[in-house]
Design a protein around this ligand. Structure first.
Ligand SMILES: O=C(O)C(=O)C[C@]1(C(=O)O)C=C[C@@H](O)C=C1
Length: 366
């Protein structure tokens, strides 16, 4: 290869950077035009500044175009920040997350929205919903379900009364650590969120059977508490070790190696159909009627709609009365789903459509 002296190579990089800066600003100008069009189309100021369907398309496209030598991860990270900057240009976006700093929800938020956005930690999942509902932040992010331990009940329960919508889903691999300032042999307490304990049951039963388990509001709150109490440990992420000045006593203590949590991004509306969406609804049926739930669900079968999750929680209206949660394939504004959601009304006492969002489950996690 010719011209391999450093000075020439640096000049080549400079010339590419000149073009990149110009192109990035051209892209930014288009983003500002998109903002104008969006404002003309909608009266809701918050509506779809973050357009998850469009972002999914963009990421899929850049990965298809990439022949290297840049890795897919590097290119994805660069584009994450380009889009983050583009969002900030359109609107001063703020995101409430289930915190404090260093929680898995915080990490999922940064992976999803990049560094250019303002993040606001909330002590509880309910506070995240309230923050979006009262428009203190543009969006919120909450954990929804874990592949090992199942649904996050605080999120399901809040869906029953909330007025927010699901805008998007996002996934994060979860690797738990045992963190402490004390020696392993001196531990008498371990703090975590119930999900953290639930995902590490085998490790706890094998190595920390005699150590008292104490629930904390979140895994990062557990790390914060463990940092201030001698002989205490926390089950939390490796990020929390550095943030709260704790030592990593053990890594990867979750029962299942491939441990993943799904999060929901909450906003004031859902996105348009993207071609590969899911819809999440909740409903109640008359329990005194034999086959009431079966009748309601059969509507989806009749319309050839696949269900991807089913769950239930006490309704709190009367004992042994339940709210059912269903996630299904398709968008609420699309043909068969729209018809099914109209028909199911007849079989339900109450029904609430929580939102439609692009399917973002990574293939590696299917
Ligand atoms: O296409 C849009 O709706 C945009 O606002 C542009 C853009 C982008 O910069 O690519 C920015 C934010 C959205 O989340 C998706 C895409």
């Amino acid at each position: 290869m010719e011209n391999l002296d450093l000075q020439t190579l640096n000049q080549q990089i400079d010339s590419i950077d000149t073009k990149l800066v110009q192109l990035l600003n051209e892209r930014a100008c288009i983003s500002l035009n998109i903002e104008k069009v969006k404002k003309e189309e909608s009266s809701d100021d918050n509506e779809n500044v973050h357009a998850p369907g469009r972002e999914k398309q963009t990421f899929e496209r850049i990965h298809r175009l990439n022949y290297g030598p840049l890795s897919s991860e590097s290119l994805g990270a660069i584009y994450r920040e380009i889009i983050s900057a583009s969002i900030s240009l359109q609107k001063d976006v703020s995101i409430a997350y289930f915190g404090p700093l260093g929680s898995y929800t915080h990490q999922a938020a940064i992976e999803r929205f990049g560094d250019g956005i303002n993040y606001f930690p909330q002590p509880t999942i309910s506070d995240v919903f309230d923050s979006v509902e009262k428009r203190r932040t543009t969006y919120g992010i909450v954990p929804f379900e874990n592949s090992t331990y199942g649904s996050v009940v605080a999120t399901l329960d809040k869906f029953i009364s909330c007025k927010t919508h699901i805008l998007a889903e996002t996934y994060l691999r979860i690797n738990h650590c045992l963190l402490s300032k004390s020696k392993f042999s001196s531990l008498n307490k371990v703090y975590s969120h119930p999900q953290g304990f639930g995902q590490c049951q085998k490790y706890l039963d094998m190595y920390l059977k005699e150590v008292q388990r104490v629930d904390a509001l979140s895994t990062s709150k557990a790390a914060e508490i463990a940092a201030s109490e001698p002989y205490s440990a926390a089950i939390a992420s490796i990020t929390c070790a550095e943030l709260y000045g704790l030592d990593v006593l053990e890594k990867d203590i979750q029962d299942v190696k491939n441990n993943v949590t799904r999060f929901f991004i909450l906003g004031s509306t859902s996105d348009k159909p993207s071609g590969d969406d899911k819809t999440f609804i909740l409903f109640t049926v008359d329990h005194r009627q034999p086959g009431a739930l079966c009748d309601a669900l059969s509507i989806f079968k009749d319309h050839n709609i696949n269900l991807t999750k089913i769950d239930s929680r006490p309704s709190l209206q009367q004992p042994w009365h339940y709210v059912f949660f269903i996630e299904l394939q398709g968008h609420k504004e699309e043909g068969e789903v729209q018809k099914a959601l109209n028909e199911i009304n007849e079989f339900c006492l109450d029904i609430k459509i929580l939102g439609s969002y692009p399917n973002q489950r990574p293939e590696s996690l299917s």
